[in-house]
Write a protein that binds this ligand. Structure first.
Ligand code: IPM
Ligand code: MN
Length: 358
């Protein structure tokens, strides 16, 4: 298979973990006889230095001509957020790409690897039945993309953000959830705040309409506040969780702590034409950038998601996931997955371990 991939490494640990991901991609293409051509483009603070923009036109053009986007991470140190290079960097880069390409459905898996149970912050008894959930987040609607404004209320400063949804936007995410549940554990939990919000009442209606079309799938509604509590109290009850944009942002961060490190969770954002962008769930971690200690697994698993979702290469994707599993089972650990006093592998060392198991 021949495919072009836009590579947007970005800031912080982005370039390091992307280096690992591209080594894995090269190894897979050699083993399975594919031709993947990669083209790098600038994004985030790195792009700002050259273009005075976090998401330059040139980068959009490179993405547009590619078959998929592999994204690293963007953003700078907390203390430097007022520096124009970093100000609104994440929002400009990510929301810009989401809006431009209409990435309406976001997949954020979170699972506890059996070899890493001790890193899950929950008590062992809460995860003894396993924990493997998938958050599907609507990504181009809701309060994120409604009108945002500051205004005066007499002599008071005021602000408002408008949340809107139409039924098509909701349906796309909910349909994706049912499709995902079919090849997973056959259950969908739909999250809303229907006891207060009209957008949520509409969300609920669409959920009920779609559920009728999939009688074989178990489903339920859950209010978002309860869902946040349930993810922590009993994560094993979940298979696929589908939610509006803002709730999905918050719930996916809660779920991302379950595996034990942000360095483990990949994500995918897909538009209705099937074009996708793949990135780690974690951020640019500027505090450890350049030290060669970042965990590349989330970026490597993002490659697996790309092969699977964008190119339909399920065998190749599984091979990567198995190699990651075996590497973790064999005791290989990066710094984020070691307790004080234990030795750890560098980014390159664990990459080499993973590639040796492909
Ligand atoms: C995420 C991020 C973004 C979001 C920010 C950086 C705009 O938190 O991808 O979850 O809120 O969607
Ligand atoms: Mn977020």
């Amino acid at each position: 298979m021949k495919k072009d991939i836009a590579v947007l490494a970005g800031d912080g640990i982005g370039p390091e973990v992307m280096g690992s991901a591209l080594q894995v991609l090269a190894a897979i293409s050699q083993k399975f006889d594919h031709q993947f051509t990669t083209k790098e483009a600038m994004i985030g603070g790195a792009a700002f230095e050259k273009f005075q923009q976090h998401l330059p036109e040139e980068t959009i053009a490179i993405c547009k001509s590619a078959d998929a986007i592999l994204f690293g991470s963007v953003g700078g140190p907390i203390a430097e957020q007022q520096n124009p290079k970093w100000k609104n960097c994440e929002a400009n880069s990510l929301l810009g790409l989401r809006k431009h390409f209409g990435f309406s459905v976001n997949y954020r898996p979170a699972k506890v690897y059996s070899a890493l149970q001790d890193f899950c912050p929950l008590k062992n008894e809460l995860i003894k039945d396993g924990c493997d959930l998938l958050i599907i987040r609507e990504l181009v609607g809701d309060i994120y993309f409604g009108e945002h404004k500051f205004y005066q209320e007499g002599n008071l400063r005021a602000a408002s953000d408008l949340a809107t949804y139409n039924e098509d936007q909701i349906r796309i995410a909910i349909q994706a959830a049912f499709q995902a549940a079919k090849i997973r554990k056959q259950k969908v939990t739909s999250v809303d705040k229907a006891n207060v919000l009209h957008t949520s009442k509409l969300w609920r209606e669409i959920m009920e309409e779609e559920a009728k079309l999939h009688p074989e799938i178990k489903w339920e509604h859950q209010l978002v506040d309860n869902c946040a509590m349930q993810i922590v109290k009993n994560p094993a009850q979940f298979d696929v969780i589908v939610c509006p944009n803002l709730f999905g942002d918050i719930l996916s961060d809660i779920a991302a702590v379950l595996p034990g490190s942000l360095g483990l969770t990949p994500s995918a954002s897909i538009n209705p034409e099937g074009f996708g962008m793949y990135e780690p769930s974690g951020g640019s971690a500027p505090d450890i950038a350049g030290l060669g200690v970042a965990n590349p697994i989330a970026q490597i698993l993002s490659v697996a998601m790309m092969l699977n979702f964008s190119f339909g290469l399920t065998k190749e994707a599984e091979r990567i996931e198995q190699a990651v599993n075996q590497t973790l089972n064999s005791g290989c650990r990066t710094k984020d997955l070691t307790f004080p006093g234990q030795t750890s592998l560098s980014t390159q060392q664990i990459t080499t371990e993973i590639i040796s198991r492909l």
